[in-house]
Structures are given as C-alpha cells and as structure tokens.
Design a protein around this ligand. Structure first.
Ligand code: IFM
Length: 441
C-alpha cells in the first residue's frame, strides 16, 4: 500500500490539477431553453432502471447555479476543470438545427472560467446521446459517426480556441458494454453484436472528429478518455490466467490497440466470432489518428476468474460504497504499462475518486476515507512519474456529489457535499485537504 505523502511542488510546474464533472450528472434543466431529450432522460423514465427511481431533471441545478460552482472550483485552487457538453442541449435531435440558447450556456461558463484563469477541458460525449439518434440505432448505427463529426466540428469552430483540450468520448467501454450489451446503462440494450458495433463506431467517430476538428487549423490538444484498470487472474489456475488475458483484451487492448496501433487484437476478434465489429476499408487507419493526450479514468483493479466470482473483500483492502477495492498501486502500474506498451503522447489521469457514505454533522462532512483515497492516488501518480512516465494531469472525480447513473443520488463521489433538498454546497474535509495540498501547505 502506498503510504508516502507527496507535495504539489514535487510535480512538474505545468502539471494540471483539476476536478471533473459531466453534463447529465450535474446540469439538470432537462428540457429548458430548447434542450432535446437524451438517452439518459429516456432510460431514467423507464421503471426499474435507476436504483432510487431518480432522474437528471434537477440534478445539481448547475444550469442555473454555475456561477456559484465556478466559485467553488476557484476556491479549491485547481488550475483546470474538466466538464462535458450536452449534445442534445446544443443540437436537440443530434442532426438538425443548432440550439443557440444551449451554446450560450457553455459560452458563459467558459467565460467565467477564463476570468478566473482556470483551464477548460471539454468532453464532447459523456454519454447523453440525443434520443432521436438512438431511435435510429444510436452508436450501433454507422450513421452516428457522421452526425457526431458534424457536432464536434461545430463545437470546435465555436469554442476550440477557448479550451485547453477537447476529448471526443468519455469511456467508450461503458457506453458500449453497459449500454448495449449488459443493458444496465442507457440505452438499455442487451446485444453483444450491437455493443461491438457501438465500440467500432465510437472509435471510428473519434478518428473522424479529430480529422475534421484539426481541419479547422486548431492547435488545441485533442484526444479520448478510457476507463482502464489492471486485471489479474484470481489464481494460478491456467483457466483464470487465460480469462484474465481475454478480459484485458476486451477492456484495454481492444481500445488501445485500435487507437495506437491501428488494429483490433486478433485473440479478441477470434473470441467474438460473429459478434466482432463489421469494418469498412480504411476504418482502422481513421481510428488511429495521433492523439495529443490519452485520458485515463482509474478507480480500482479487477480480478478475472473462470469459476466463482472474485470476492472483493478477500485482499483485506478497503472497499468503497460502490463495492470497488481501494488499490492505488494499480494506478501506478497502469500508467507504467500504458507508457511502455503504447507511448501515448500525453497521459492524463482524467478521473479518480471514491464514493463513501457521508454524513453532515454540525455543518461538517468528515470523510477520511475519501481524503486518504485521493491523497494515496496522487502519491501513486507521483510514483509513476518517478518511474519515468510523463503524466501531465490529475483530475479528481468529482467536484461535487451528483447523479451517479443507475445508482441515482445515493452514491456520493463529490469533494463538495450537495444537499439535494436545498442545493446547498459544503466543502467536505477531503476538499479542504485538496485545497491545502494545492496551496502547497
Ligand atoms: O460517475 C462516473 C463518471 O460519469 C464516469 N466515470 C466513473 C464515474 C464513477 O462511477
């Protein structure tokens, strides 16, 4: 277990220190000012899909409370903020007219961040696909690639010179596998072949969008964000070892090989058989555009077993409210492996954080487990840098408690506590620790 404590001045001077959020999880205002419905609006309205039967109608009311939230970001002392744009807010049906009121919202948010000298890191797709595109098959329909490219190009034309990076997709594995194969996330489909087609179209549209956005002559760094973790076999049994290799292929190599080597790994394609993605000539080359950065979202490690499911408590390490083992060394290991195997040009930790059951007592939220989690993962990032990996950023997930997808509002990842009755924001002790760390104290 990492126990060393590091200070901000042990990191490179230009290191990006941030917090992250996403549109659907915080904005609310689900049908305000011309916004169209997203697949998550539809999914939340489907009985039994969200643990607490909640939705994103109000969320953190960030759509109207953004000035207060920008103040929180500034008070924390971070130099970078990662947020996403809601595609159906700026283009309600995903292929027709632009919604100027939606663009005006992001324009004022970006202006407020500019005024405080906080870098803007914009994600185009953090899962809230316009519902009308899902009505045509969503990410499983190749046509979505053209629609996404047009959306990306318009956003880059308007804001590209005012942001410090543009990420095309957040966590394509989650979108495709949880959304189209397991059906536990929007759009709730259960089809492996659709899921694999969705993977392919997410990666293809990433490459197409990068080409189109770069065609505007922008120097803005562009890339993609993946959810990754090291995967270990549950035992020395050759069946577990083989399962771990395959799972690593399905979760990491399928994406990394496509993006950085222009191939899909053959063992994974063989395993998928008739469910493997259908390609057209030139797709692989398009997907393998050079990325200015690779964003890594890391929360935990995984174990693969060919028999009984892995018991997460068996290592004796702490487990978060999501049931995820706390394992900071996994982040060091992952960053080192990505650097060795793929040499991404920029390597950023774009999400890292933990949900724990928080309690507000006398106006204070004492969250020592989250504080330790963030502190130890920052130390793990430093370990990777010391081993020669040029990591350039760390973004804590999340600025504030928000809508945690199928778990609703019960799982709290925020550094800032949100009272969802009153919308009052309160710095948790983990936020106060991060603030001090950033101030070099
Ligand atoms: O809340 C999510 C986020 O939207 C994507 N990455 C993982 C987080 C925690 O589950």
């Amino acid at each position: 277990m990492t126990t060393k404590t590091v200070s901000r001045d042990q990191f490179p001077k230009d290191f990006k220190w941030g917090v992250a959020t996403s549109s659907f999880q915080i904005e609310g205002a689900h049908d305000s000012d011309g916004k169209g419905p997203s697949i998550w609006d539809t999914f939340c309205a489907t009985e039994g899909k969200i643990a607490d039967a909640s939705n994103g109608h109000v969320a953190c009311e960030h759509y109207t409370r953004w000035p207060e939230d920008v103040d929180l970001i500034a008070r924390l002392g971070v130099n970078a903020y990662r947020f996403s744009m809601s595609w159906p807010r700026v283009q309600p049906d995903g292929q027709g007219a632009w919604n100027e009121a939606g663009f005006a919202f992001y324009d004022q948010l970006i202006t407020a961040l500019e005024e405080r000298g906080i870098e803007r890191h914009l994600t185009l797709n953090h899962w809230d696909l316009p519902q009308s595109l899902q009505d045509q098959g969503g990410w499983a329909n190749r046509d979505v690639c053209g629609h996404f490219t047009r959306y990306a190009t318009e956003v880059a034309r308007r804001f590209g010179h005012r942001v410090h990076s543009i990420c095309t997709h957040n966590e394509p594995w989650v979108i495709a596998i949880l959304g189209y194969e397991q059906g536990i996330f929007a759009p709730g489909i259960q089809s492996r072949s659709q899921a694999m087609q969705a993977v392919h179209h997410l990666l293809l549209s990433h490459g197409m969008a990068l080409q189109a956005m770069r065609g505007l002559g922008l120097a803005t760094p562009m890339g993609i964000v993946l959810n990754l973790s090291p995967i270990y076999p549950a035992s020395d049994d050759p069946k577990d070892v083989a399962k771990a290799k395959l799972d690593d292929g399905l979760i990491l190599r399928l994406y990394m090989d496509a993006l950085y080597k222009g191939v899909y790994p053959q063992d994974v394609i063989d395993h998928l058989g008739s469910d493997a993605p259908q390609l057209q000539a030139g797709d692989l080359a398009t997907m393998a555009q050079s990325n200015d950065f690779l964003g890594v979202n890391y929360y935990t490690r995984n174990f693969s077993s060919s028999g009984n499911p892995w018991d997460v408590t068996s290592t004796g390490n702490a487990v978060t409210d999501m049931g995820w083992e706390v394992y900071p060394q996994g982040l060091t290991e992952l960053l080192c492996r990505l650097h060795t195997d793929y040499h991404p040009q920029g390597l950023w930790v774009t999400e890292n954080g933990a949900a724990f059951k928080d309690q507000m007592v006398n106006g204070e939220v004492n969250d020592p487990q989250r504080l330790a989690y963030i502190r130890d993962h920052i130390a793990a990032t430093h370990d990777a840098i010391q081993q020669g990996v040029p990591v350039g950023a760390y973004f804590a997930w999340s600025l504030m408690d928000n809508f945690e997808w199928a778990s609703g509002y019960a799982k709290r990842f925020g550094l800032v506590h949100v009272d969802f009755e009153t919308q009052k924001r309160t710095f948790k002790n983990s936020a106060l620790w991060y603030q001090k760390f950033l101030a070099g104290k």
